[in-house]
Design a protein around this ligand. Structure first.
Ligand SMILES: [Zn+2]
Length: 746
């Protein structure tokens, strides 16, 4: 922004003077903005002809846009309602003065929903400026104006004023709330981008000076704008509202289905540029109303009997809902970290794809025994099998091959010993074994991602480096800063911190991660696309020690795509799943799959389906109502669906499923040729059935199935369904059946 230094200096001096005047006149606790100054009695006598009013005019904050210029945060005009008690005091007629006081107190308390007694008392205060309510909307301001004109005979216009100000507004409510943050009562940024970029977003206050005839005359204030307020700079983010929405939707469902107690996060990043396309954290809050808790949390507060405990808990829960889990909560990444361990050893030529590793179910380092999750052991495995099996003994071996010094060197190089520097407040530091304190035992546990804590965003950046050719890039959310005139003030360019591994090692890592997606972590697969994956499950050791609760896990998964030239990375982490399963490969990987499945086609990556995938793809049910029976049959058959005619009419009057619904290929469309009510069927329990079995059973009953989960995996078992077993429904009804690979671990 072209801020003229001279003008800025003048304003700074003005503000300093204001502060001095406020300090000297003994006004305390009041906001600088909207303060009436030069109001002392002495001044009034001196300035017999003129009464000065001097006020700062709040500048609107800059807007926040997503990368497609959709508004995420904006400022609208609002008003501050104030009264001038010292004016009321000048009314000589006692009865009239009392009428004015009562009228004002009654009118304002009703319109503004404030306490009558407080307003009434304030009308007698020794002051020229008492705020009744801040940040009221236009409709309320209009009511105040009407109230003033309705009471012309009492000259109320002299005692009530409206100051124009601004109010922050987030049109999408909770969308990206944790990233955007929120503002305080004086429009100052208090968290998220609002806080990090507060200086950019805050405008320069304008100034209004008003002159008036001596008090008590019927002339209202005549304002003169001395300096126009200048709107703050706007931010254009790398974030995409659609991708953000997609992440939040799937994350929320996963939190609910897996009974996640400590929230979850999902991040989508461009691995080549570090541009964050989405950063979702649930449970979050509505930035329009940041001090309101979710119902669940509020119930917890209400359940506290003790007032002190109540307020302590409320503060804790508020801070939790504002907290950006993706950058502020460090965790043990678990097996996702094996991507880093493998990268180190390959880069240092200590291992290659052809090496084999033996696992008999456990291994020991310096007398410390480590078990493999597969107690019977994995036997002999090559490198890709070892990473796909997520075999700890194999990775302990790989870590020991690297040694403490090399491991520590790369740990730093991958960015784990420093903050990523993402443009958000509150990024946490990692905690890890420093090289000088690391022994072979610490090296062993670190090799499979435990006994140290990093943030999700650090893990995301490191995996990005492993697959993007080896470059550690700085994640960022703001693409550019734009001034009020629309001119670009600053553009963010990609910050390459360093090359950590070679292009060749990176290519090997892509191969390994693709192998994992097809074998160990099939739940992450995306029909039509080749991707790479690594999942992780870690125990929350310190909380387990502190609470005695042993069922405390974090399940996470990182996927990258398209695997031959990755651009998009998705990270999903679920903190303390309390459902039947806690493995990242079972609970998080399906979320990665859904997000990728929506995001890749949206970003223009063309799917290419295998024949098997095409067979499993859902088809749209065509509209055949009003068709003749013959035409309808032909159209349904051409859509790779089956039909069943009910009634003996000539035309189709109704169909189930309705046109546009999605059903699995081969599904049955029930065609009614008259108004006969459809026959009923009882929904069976599909849990534990394979897709083929579900299909056969559903077809035999005349039900349609929509498969949810991964159509790219064969041999999956159903674990949930949209309509409960034993429910009676009309023939032709669609039941969504959820599938996942329950055998995935880690
Ligand atoms: Zn093993």
């Amino acid at each position: 922004m072209a801020k003229k230094p001279g003008k800025m200096m003048a304003r700074r001096i003005f503000v300093i003077m204001l502060i001095l005047i406020v300090a000297l006149s003994g006004v305390s606790g009041a906001s600088l903005v909207n303060i009436m100054i030069l109001k002392g009695e002495e001044y009034q006598t001196k300035a017999s002809e003129q009464q000065l009013y001097d006020s700062l005019v709040t500048a609107p904050r800059g807007d926040i846009f997503d990368r497609n210029m959709q508004v995420l945060a904006t400022s609208s005009t609002a008003w501050t309602v104030y009264i001038t008690p010292n004016g009321i005091k000048k009314i000589k007629d006692n009865a009239k003065r009392e009428t004015v006081r009562v009228t004002i107190a009654k009118g304002l308390s009703e319109i503004l929903d404030v306490d009558y007694d407080t307003v009434y008392k304030n009308t007698d205060k020794n002051s020229y400026y008492v705020i009744v309510k801040k940040k009221i909307e236009k409709s309320t301001a209009d009511e105040i104006r009407k109230f003033i004109s309705d009471n012309k005979d009492l000259e109320i216009t002299k005692y009530i004023g409206l100051d124009e100000t601004t109010k922050r507004y987030y049109p999408n409510d909770t969308l990206a709330s944790v990233v955007l943050g929120f503002v305080g009562s004086d429009e100052q940024g208090l968290s998220g981008l609002e806080s990090y970029y507060d200086n950019e977003l805050t405008g320069i206050a304008g100034r209004v000076v008003a002159a008036k005839n001596a008090l008590g005359t019927d002339m209202p204030f005549t304002y003169e704008k001395v300096e126009e307020a200048i709107k703050g700079n706007s931010l254009v983010l790398t974030l995409d509202s659609y991708i953000q929405y997609t992440c939040e939707k799937y994350l929320e469902t996963a939190i609910e289905q897996n009974k996640v107690a400590e929230r979850g996060a999902a991040v989508v990043m461009n691995v080549k540029t570090g541009a964050i396309l989405a950063m979702a954290v649930k449970g979050d809050f509505n930035p329009n109303d940041p001090f309101t808790l979710s119902k669940v949390d509020q119930d917890k507060v209400d359940a506290e009997a003790n007032e002190e405990a109540k307020s302590k808990l409320k503060n804790e829960l508020l801070n939790r809902q504002w907290r950006n889990k993706a950058i502020s909560d460090s965790y043990e990444p678990g097996s996702v970290f094996k991507v880093v361990t493998a990268s180190i050893a390959i880069e240092e030529n200590l291992i290659n794809k052809n090496n084999s590793f033996f696992c008999n179910g456990h291994t020991s380092v310096a007398g410390q025994r480590y078990g493999c999750w597969k107690h019977g052991g994995h036997g002999t495995q090559n490198l890709q099998q070892a990473i796909s099996n997520s075999c700890n003994p194999a990775f302990i071996t790989i870590g020991q091959l690297a040694g403490i010094s090399t491991f520590s060197k790369y740990f730093k190089a991958f960015g784990f010993s420093e903050k990523t520097g993402i443009d958000l407040p509150g990024e946490s530091r990692s905690t890890y074994h420093k090289e000088e304190n690391m022994g072979v035992v610490e090296l062993a546990s670190s090799s499979f991602g435990q006994t140290f804590n990093v943030t999700p965003i650090q893990m995301m950046s490191a995996v990005s480096a492993a697959v993007n050719g080896g470059y550690l890039v700085q994640p960022h959310l703001v693409a550019k800063t734009v001034n009020d005139a629309g001119k670009v003030v600053k553009t963010t360019t990609t910050t390459y911190k360093r090359q950590v591994i070679s292009e060749t090692t990176s290519a090997t890592m892509r191969e390994l991660m693709e192998f994992v997606s097809k074998n160990g972590a099939k739940n992450s697969l995306v029909p039509g696309y080749r991707i790479g994956t690594k999942t992780g499950t870690s125990q929350k050791v310190s909380k387990i020690q502190a609470t005695g609760d042993t069922y405390l896990y974090i399940g996470s998964c990182i996927t990258v795509a398209p695997i031959d030239n990755p651009e998009i990375a998705v990270l999903v982490m679920l903190d303390e799943p309390k459902g039947s399963n806690y493995y990242g490969g079972v609970i998080s990987a399906p979320v990665n799959s859904k997000i990728m499945g929506d995001v890749l086609p949206y970003l223009g990556y063309e799917p290419s389906y295998t024949e098997e995938e095409i067979k499993k793809l859902a088809v749209d049910v065509p509209d055949v109502t009003n068709f003749t029976v013959t035409d309808a049959k032909a159209k349904i058959t051409n859509s790779k669906l089956d039909y069943k005619i009910i009634g003996s009419g000539e035309k189709i009057v109704r169909q189930l499923p309705e046109a546009g619904s999605k059903v699995a290929t081969g599904g049955v469309v029930i065609l009614y040729t008259d108004e006969t009510a459809g026959s009923k069927v009882t929904v069976p329990n599909f849990t534990g059935y394979t897709a083929t079995e579900v299909n056969t059973l559903a077809a035999s009953l005349g039900l349609n199935v929509e498969f949810s989960g991964n159509t790219a995996i064969s041999g999956l078992k159903a674990y949930n369904q949209s309509i409960a077993a034993n429910t009676s429904v009309e023939v032709g009804t669609i039941v969504t059946v959820y599938f996942r690979d329950e055998s995935a671990v880690d």
